[in-house]
Design a protein around this ligand. Structure first.
Ligand SMILES: *Cc1c(COP(=O)(O)O)cnc(C)c1O
Length: 389
């Protein structure tokens, strides 16, 4: 097999001179942290999504943690998420000493299965093990069926945190993902492999003032400087109160400035990703690969482009990914089902607890998709995959 002239990564950030200038400006300003850039970034994300409140953090992992805490997740509570996700989607529940469980995915989308969720809720009701919070994950940037999940949330009284780490710039039924129309809190990640980056960073969006207030306290040690929130009169101009056990999960001004600058390019970055996804869609249309696609009423940011091998090639899965890497194409796999991670095995999960997730794991391949992937490299990827089929 041919080898491409240089290594094609599976994803890559896109940094231009404006981004560099924005960060340098902050370095020369008065504030490296706790200045005006973080609130500016937050208000821009509210504007983008339509959510009323935003709390920027040093990572999406931190945002997921304080989102769970804001919803009072604690010992004895149960949280459900998708096994096909990054471990942060479930670790956040364990940080709060809650019990984690998973809802199996729909093999053809990799998203939380509404059928599996419906059935698991009915069973859990009988055994008094209903979840306090469910965390759907918008894999690849393709939104879960939030309307259906929100209806179940009403019926069974659970709260919803959307792990929208992949989905900045996506739309669900005409509304931006992150609007929280069907959830309590939505989380974005700005890690460099994601759609836009702040180097490290995340954000929690919500329409509920009380959740926003609690998350912003938790992000900064549980401390407030706001007089109206204090439990006793101020001791003087130096006074602040720690009211709960919080963390230092703050985003820096450097990160926020990079985020603000990157946000200006969100639309073109997402449309370039979509244009490249269409090229893959068309190239693979006459093959027996299953292509992960957003639902009809949704648009995806296309954080990842994932294909599933047909059953006839399940035994070749590892071999195909290795061969692609030998050809200088960084094929990848998102994700190893969380419940089979050694740590999660110690919690008592069995591989076959979530059979669709395992089926997905044995067939999925993430193929390179990023804005500066050039057409020559993309054609080489297409040709290489077709040759192997
Ligand atoms: C990247 C990612 C996270 C964690 O994001 P960080 O900003 O790196 O903490 C969480 N969930 C999903 C689905 C992710 O892809």
């Amino acid at each position: 097999m041919d080898k491409f002239e240089q290594f094609i990564p599976y994803g890559r950030q896109h940094i231009d001179q404006a981004d560099i200038d924005a960060v340098v400006d902050v370095l020369q300003s008065d504030y490296l942290t706790q200045g005006p850039k973080v609130p500016e970034f937050e208000s821009q994300l509210c504007h983008l999504t339509g959510a009323q409140f935003a709390c920027a953090t040093n990572s999406a992992t931190s945002a997921l943690h304080i989102a769970c805490l804001a919803l009072n997740v604690g010992i004895g509570d149960i949280v459900w998420t998708s096994p096909i996700s990054f471990v942060a989607s479930s670790n956040c529940a364990l940080y709060c000493n809650a019990t984690i469980d998973f809802v199996d995915v729909d093999t053809n989308t990799g998203l939380m299965s509404i059928n599996a969720l419906t059935k698991k809720l009915a069973d859990a009701e009988k055994t008094n093990t209903l979840p306090k919070v469910v965390i759907p994950v918008h894999l690849c940037g393709h939104s879960c069926d939030m309307k259906a999940i929100a209806m179940l949330a009403k019926q069974y009284s659970f709260r919803i945190i959307e792990d929208a780490s992949h989905a900045v710039g996506s739309f669900y039924q005409g509304k931006p993902v992150g609007s929280c129309q069907y959830s309590d809190i939505s989380i974005f990640s700005f890690h460099p492999v994601k759609i836009i980056t702040s180097a490290e960073g995340g954000i929690a969006l919500t329409n509920k003032q009380s959740l926003a207030d609690k998350m912003s306290k938790l992000r900064s040690h549980g401390i407030t400087n706001v007089a109206s929130e204090m439990t006793e009169p101020s001791h003087g101009p130096w006074y602040y109160q720690q009211q709960m056990l919080g963390f230092n999960y703050r985003m820096t001004e450097l990160q926020a400035a990079l985020g603000v600058s990157q946000l200006r390019k969100l639309k073109p970055l997402v449309s370039t990703r979509n244009a490249k996804a269409v090229i893959y869609d068309e190239a693979f249309a006459n093959t027996d690969l299953t292509i992960l696609k957003p639902a009809d009423n949704s648009q995806s940011s296309y954080h990842l482009y994932v294909v599933l091998l047909p059953q006839r090639l399940v035994n070749q899965h590892k071999n195909i990914i290795e061969k692609m890497r030998e050809a200088n194409i960084c094929a990848h796999l998102h994700y190893i089902p969380i419940h089979i991670q050694p740590f999660y095995q110690t919690l008592g999960f069995n591989e076959q607890d979530f059979p669709n997730a395992m089926d997905y794991y044995h067939r999925a391949i993430s193929i390179p998709l990023y804005p500066v992937l050039d057409s020559k490299a993309q054609q080489f990827i297409i040709d290489t995959i077709k040759e192997m089929l």
